[in-house]
Design a protein around this ligand. Structure first.
Ligand SMILES: Cc1cc2nc3c(=O)[nH]c(=O)nc-3n(C[C@H](O)[C@H](O)[C@H](O)COP(=O)(O)OP(=O)(O)OC[C@H]3O[C@@H](n4cnc5c(N)ncnc54)[C@H](O)[C@@H]3O)c2cc1C
Length: 391
């Protein structure tokens, strides 16, 4: 059985690993990057921790597995009638069975200026750009920005906001620039932080952010970014540092290939009870219109589900399940929520640490997972701007 997978992220890598357990399977994994990106570690890589925890070369993940072939290319079009994928390199790939796991992209919801001036932390290039900007700010003779704004109080905004203060303090020390009036704010349109968690979880996290000195601005609408300000609910805030964590949208691949997929109102791909968009094409992870799509754990589960289905190990239909959520908020403090269980503080932070290890061991053998997990604790020089995934 030959299976083609597009996407070297959580869903694609997990599906490939599971399928490879059957020696009769032959898997071709096409990805536009040489690395697997561990998104939950990006905020930490952006605030001075080792980049080794956030990027793992695909070659390392699949080392010693002979029935997986990795191709680095960007797929642009699909023709289901001829079972052909076309890449931007000009190459054509025919498939027998296809799994699409292309992930999400950043969206600015059409808000003027953000695409030009805002920073992001969704890729190595974005993080390198942000870190370089922070270095430039601290190198300015007139001193750095007074206001550091993070837009979005979802998990990424909260994680980043709570870690940024320590990183900026390191930069102050490194550049010998005491800067008394430095303010970190998280701006959110919803009435509470972490709006997808319970109200009690939101309240605890809000209190924790306040303790850490992070300002939280709720019910505030970002209207425009200019060269030196962010306009929030009609008022300009003077700053050069706006980090956008607010919007993600489905990969544009699906809407670009008009007529090949049925698309839901939230722009995801409608799939059947086996995660298929058509008989030989499976769509998983962030791309699929399932209840808990948008989470790494859902993508991993989807990868396992599709592999088991294809290998004939299970004929049961897909059941969406809410995975546990755990969000770190500064050193040794996190919030954990699963069904009716809510934990906060050091205990939740330990759960997150274990969850990260489980996340790495989902894609790497034990020893390698341990090494990458350990890298979370390693501090890089705070003035180290270049984030280069290992090739
Ligand atoms: C900053 C951040 C932090 C997050 N933190 C968490 C967290 O703590 N917990 C959690 O559960 N979830 C988290 N998420 C969400 C989680 O990362 C995603 O739900 C998960 O990555 C989805 O897996 P996927 O396989 O669908 O896509 P991805 O993991 O994004 O993989 C998609 C892959 O496809 C490749 N690709 C894209 N387009 C093409 C193309 N045209 N051709 C070839 N290859 C292509 C990409 O390079 C990538 O390798 C976070 C997301 C972000 C942005």
């Amino acid at each position: 059985m030959h299976i083609t997978i597009v996407g070297g992220g959580f869903g694609g890598v997990k599906a490939a690993l599971e399928l490879s357990k059957d020696p009769k399977s032959k898997i071709t994994l096409i990805s536009d990057k040489t690395d697997f990106q561990y998104y939950p570690g990006l905020y930490s890589a952006a605030t001075g921790r080792s980049h080794l925890q956030a990027w793992v070369p695909l070659g390392e993940i699949f080392a010693g597995i002979n029935n997986i072939q990795v191709v680095i290319d960007t797929i642009a079009t699909i023709d289901k009638a001829t079972k052909t994928l076309k890449a931007i390199s000009g190459a054509k790939y025919t498939y027998h069975t296809l799994i699409l796991a292309l992930g999400s992209v950043t969206t600015y919801f059409g808000i003027k200026g953000l695409d030009q001036y805002a920073y992001g932390i969704k890729s190595a290039a974005e993080i390198a750009r942000l870190k370089q900007h922070l270095l430039d700010e601290f190198s300015k003779p007139e001193g750095a920005d007074k206001d550091f704004l993070i837009v979005g109080a979802g998990p990424t905004g909260v994680e980043l906001g709570s870690a940024l203060g320590t990183y900026l303090n390191d930069l102050k020390v490194h550049f010998n620039k005491p800067e008394p009036r430095m303010k970190i704010s998280i701006i959110e349109a919803a009435p509470r932080v972490l709006p997808r968690m319970s109200e009690k979880a939101s309240r605890l996290v809000h209190e924790r952010l306040t303790q850490l000195g992070v300002h939280v601005e709720l019910n505030k609408k970002v209207e425009e970014q200019t060269v030196d300000s962010l306009i929030v609910s009609g008022k300009p805030i003077k700053t050069n540092t706006v980090i956008w964590t607010s919007g993600v949208a489905n990969s544009p691949f699906f809407e670009a290939n008009t007529g090949q997929f049925e698309i839901s109102k939230n722009h995801k791909v409608i799939v059947d009870k086996y995660l298929r968009s058509s008989p030989d094409v499976y769509v998983i992870g962030d791309n699929a219109f399932t209840q808990f799509s948008g989470l790494a754990q859902t993508a991993l589960k989807d990868g396992i589900f599709v592999a088991n289905h294809l290998l004939g190990k299970s004929k049961k239909p897909y059941v969406a399940k809410m995975p546990p959520v755990v969000v770190p908020v500064g050193e040794r403090w996190a919030i954990f929520e699963y069904k009716k269980i809510l934990l906060s503080g050091d205990i939740a932070s330990r759960i997150r640490s274990v969850a990260d290890f489980v996340g790495y061991s989902d894609i790497l053998p034990f020893g390698q997972a341990l090494g990458v997990w350990h890298a979370q604790r390693i501090k890089e020089d705070s003035y180290f701007p270049v984030v280069t995934p290992r090739a």
